[in-house]
Design a protein around this ligand. Structure first.
Ligand code: AMP
Length: 441
């Protein structure tokens, strides 16, 4: 026991001596107040649409048993093999920070007996995901996703509906120049036959492949198709296409999905090399790309059908389909297309004060306005009326409520129309009513 104490002390000393790195962990970012505004804007649109489409919100823990991702996402996938933050707890459980959202939501579906709920069960989620990837623009070690899943419906119209929802979210957010890339990767019946064909083809071209692809050939041959190395892309361009080798069920399902998309007038591109990185997909897979920018690095979101996942995790046979998108990437796209945060920040009224007595009155008035659902701005620290009125302009406030020393003594407020500059004195008692009236006008 004393020995342990001594070691602990040594460790403590080591940490105490080390300079605190005033820097976030590599690949992880702070999200500061000006950015929060755009995050809220995106999330509100996405949540509203999900509510309109009949989805309920679910939150699952950030930590899950490592086994969930091994079984669910697949052991021989980049995410599980190379990118998970995995550690052992003090209780010796192997846990991982979630690298994606679907496996956790599927686990929650089984654990909470949702197969007994009225089907289909439609859920949406949002939150941080962790992947130990090489950080670069649009690729972080902690990023955030918004996703939606539908459990218990195998109809192809539901695949089209989830694609439509994903597309619609980007439309509503204001990212309109997107293309849907779609493919079908078959099922446990037709995919193995296709995989064999693919391996035969690639074995003949093995010398032209990058090192990663040589490994994928034996471990995860579908991933050969979406390698981004130039030489591998050339080999992939003449590879057999899965579309030509789907079983009848998968073929008909996919044909119907495309017909529903046509009906919804969403333009899409058939992309035979789109396979997605995770093992759980069956049949339809899709990604949303920004027009003119190709490749997974720039995919804004993606998803597909995963009919085998719930059974793989120990639940009843349950068809499912879902998608997710990266919030950071959506934020970056909006900012690079000239989305101005300031334009969106608006305070209905701005409170202007002169002196300490006025400040006291302003604090009380601010509280009254909040209780009446009026968005108010203030700048308690500023002394000059001119600079406070400048702020009112910056916030596009319709009215400024000014309290100087005289007004503080008289218990009155000067109400100023920011557009016309017209001013009027109103008693404190009537001010909220007057503001409401003028904001409505
Ligand atoms: P995935 O299921 O891997 O396609 O991820 C879904 C979406 O999350 C992607 O389309 C990206 O928008 C986003 N995403 C995935 N990985 C990262 C990352 N490392 N950094 C930022 N966003 C990411």
């Amino acid at each position: 026991m004393p020995r342990v104490k001594k070691i602990e002390k040594k460790e403590d000393k080591k940490h105490r001596k080390k300079k605190v790195p005033v820097q976030a962990v590599r690949g992880m970012n702070d999200i500061l107040p000006p950015e929060q505004f755009i995050w809220d804007y995106i999330l509100e649109k996405a949540r509203k649409l999900c509510n309109d489409f009949g989805f309920g919100r679910i939150e699952t823990p950030i930590l899950e048993h490592t086994e969930l991702f091994y079984r669910g996402v697949g052991q021989i996938t980049d995410i599980v093999e190379k990118e998970m933050y995995t550690f052992e707890t003090q209780g010796k459980d192997a846990v991982s920070l979630r690298p994606e959202g679907t496996a956790g939501v599927a686990r929650a579906y089984i654990e909470n007996g949702m197969s007994k709920w009225s089907q289909p069960v439609k859920l949406f989620y949002e939150g941080p995901m962790f992947r130990y990837e090489k950080p670069q623009a649009g690729r972080y070690r902690q990023h955030h996703q918004f996703g939606a899943e539908i459990f218990g419906d195998e109809c192809s119209a539901v695949d089209a509906q989830i694609i439509y929802l994903a597309w619609k979210i980007f439309q509503k957010i204001g990212i309109k120049n997107t293309t849907i890339q779609v493919n079908s990767i078959g099922c446990s019946e037709c995919r193995p036959v296709y995989k064999k064909l693919l391996v035969d083809y690639y074995e003949m071209k093995i010398n032209k492949l990058c090192l990663d692809c040589k490994r994928r050939l034996s471990e995860n041959p579908l991933r050969l198709l979406d390698c981004k190395e130039e030489k591998c892309m050339q080999v992939a361009s003449s590879a057999p296409q899965i579309i030509d080798h789907l079983c009848e069920g998968c073929h008909d399902h996919f044909k119907n999905v495309l017909e529903f998309l046509d009906e919804l007038e969403i333009s899409y591109v058939l992309n035979s090399s789109l396979v997605r990185g995770l093992d759980y997909y069956t049949k339809t897979v899709f990604e949303i790309w920004e027009d003119g920018v190709e490749g997974a690095q720039t995919s804004l979101g993606g998803g597909g059908r995963y009919n085998d996942l719930i059974r793989t995790l120990g639940g009843e046979d349950t068809p499912a389909v879902g998608f997710s998108f990266g919030i950071e990437r959506a934020v970056e796209r909006l900012l690079s297309s000239g989305f101005h945060l300031e334009q969106k920040i608006r305070k209905d009224v701005f409170l202007v004060q002169l002196g300490n007595m006025a400040r006291k009155k302003i604090l009380r008035l601010f509280d009254k306005l909040i209780d009446s659902n009026i968005v108010a701005g203030e700048s308690l620290g500023r002394g000059s009326i001119k600079s406070q009125l400048r702020m009112a302009n910056r916030y596009n406030s319709k009215l400024a409520l000014i309290i100087g020393q005289k007004e503080a003594l008289d218990d009155t407020v000067i109400i100023r129309d920011m557009e016309s500059g017209m001013q009027e004195v109103v008693t404190m008692e009537c001010i909220v009513q007057e503001v409401k009236k003028r904001l409505k006008a």
